[in-house]
Design a protein around this ligand. Structure first.
Ligand SMILES: C[S@@+](CC[C@H](N)C(=O)[O-])C[C@H]1O[C@@H](n2cnc3c(N)ncnc32)[C@H](O)[C@@H]1O
Length: 288
């Protein structure tokens, strides 16, 4: 989820807390029923419209340029885009003269949107697949892989990195770009204003505990459409990559390109935008 692109409300994690069992009752405590997870399909139309062909403004100005630079795709290469969504990276790679581009995503509706936007032929293909489960795509044949703005949307980090590594040939490279885990945690990180020092500061309420945070994407919808954001501290992310055989060879911390209007807070806002990165970009190489 690209927070800050659209109006987002952050609902409480679970609604009502489970009640404790009554004393003297032999019946098991009732558990609140949770609807099954539907992933990104229910919000696919909204996301496809938000991102469009060329990407959101963060895609266009920050994420895609960093990804292209780190990926350094060469003519004749095979690239896999894991959790490709509606195919925004395919648009950016359209002139790269790749031999093969394969986009995979768990959402059938987003894969449909990708096919409609970018077509499908021998050179560009789309597949509905769970990146955490091994499949024909994790076959060691790709020169490079990208996984952008999605690691925090995936529940099984170990499975994701294992299959990402297996999709690459040994020596192949993977670029992972995600919300910065130290500064951008839904409901746990906020801006604050220190009136005495006239600085805009970043407040963190939690960081070290991995969290599953429900994020409402469509506050206006009566059903309250939502996705899940899986926050993990940096140590967990890097260790999982290493355990999957992915060695980190470069890291960039990406800042917002947005600048506020001239006004009494603009100096402090510019400083804060330059001090606190929005996204974390990591380049890894498959070792084993
Ligand atoms: C915020 S979107 C990013 C999509 C795209 N990379 C982009 O930058 O627009 C997160 C994507 O992760 C996908 N996703 C989440 N869990 C997945 C899984 N287990 N396997 C494959 N895709 C998954 C969702 O379907 C969604 O398309």
């Amino acid at each position: 989820m690209i927070y800050g692109l659209a109006r987002h409300a952050f609902a409480p994690l679970n609604g009502a807390m489970p009640r404790p069992p009554r004393r003297h009752s032999h019946r098991p405590a009732e558990r609140p029923t949770k609807p099954p997870r539907q992933g990104w399909d229910p919000v696919a139309a909204w996301y496809d419209k938000l991102v469009g062909d060329a990407g959101s403004d963060y895609h266009q100005n920050v994420i895609i340029p960093a990804c292209l630079k780190m990926l350094d795709a060469q003519a004749g290469e095979s690239v896999i885009d894991i959790c490709c969504g509606q195919g925004v990276l395919a648009h950016a790679l359209r002139d790269a003269k790749l031999k093969r581009y394969l986009g995979i995503d768990a959402s059938p509706r987003l894969i449909d949107a990708a096919r409609q936007r970018h077509g499908q032929n021998d050179q560009i293909r789309w597949l509905v697949a769970d990146a955490c489960q091994s499949g024909s795509w994790a076959d060691g044949s790709h020169d490079a892989a990208a996984c952008i703005m999605a690691v925090h949307d995936v529940e099984d980090l170990t499975g994701l990195f294992r299959n990402l590594a297996h999709s690459l040939r040994i020596g192949g490279r993977a670029i992972i770009i995600q919300m910065h885990p130290c500064f951008r945690i839904p409901r746990q990180s906020h801006w604050g204003w220190d009136a005495d020092q006239k600085i805009q500061y970043r407040r963190l309420d939690a960081y070290s505990t991995a969290q599953n945070i429900e994020v409402v994407t469509h506050p206006s919808q009566s059903q309250g459409q939502h996705t899940h954001f899986f926050h993990r501290p940096l140590s967990q992310l890097l260790t999982s990559m290493g355990q999957a055989g992915l060695a980190c060879v470069a890291c960039e911390e990406l800042h917002s390109h947005r600048r506020s209007q001239v006004g009494p807070f603009s100096k402090a806002e510019h400083r804060a935008a330059a001090e606190f990165p929005l996204f974390l970009a990591i380049k890894t190489i498959r070792q084993i």
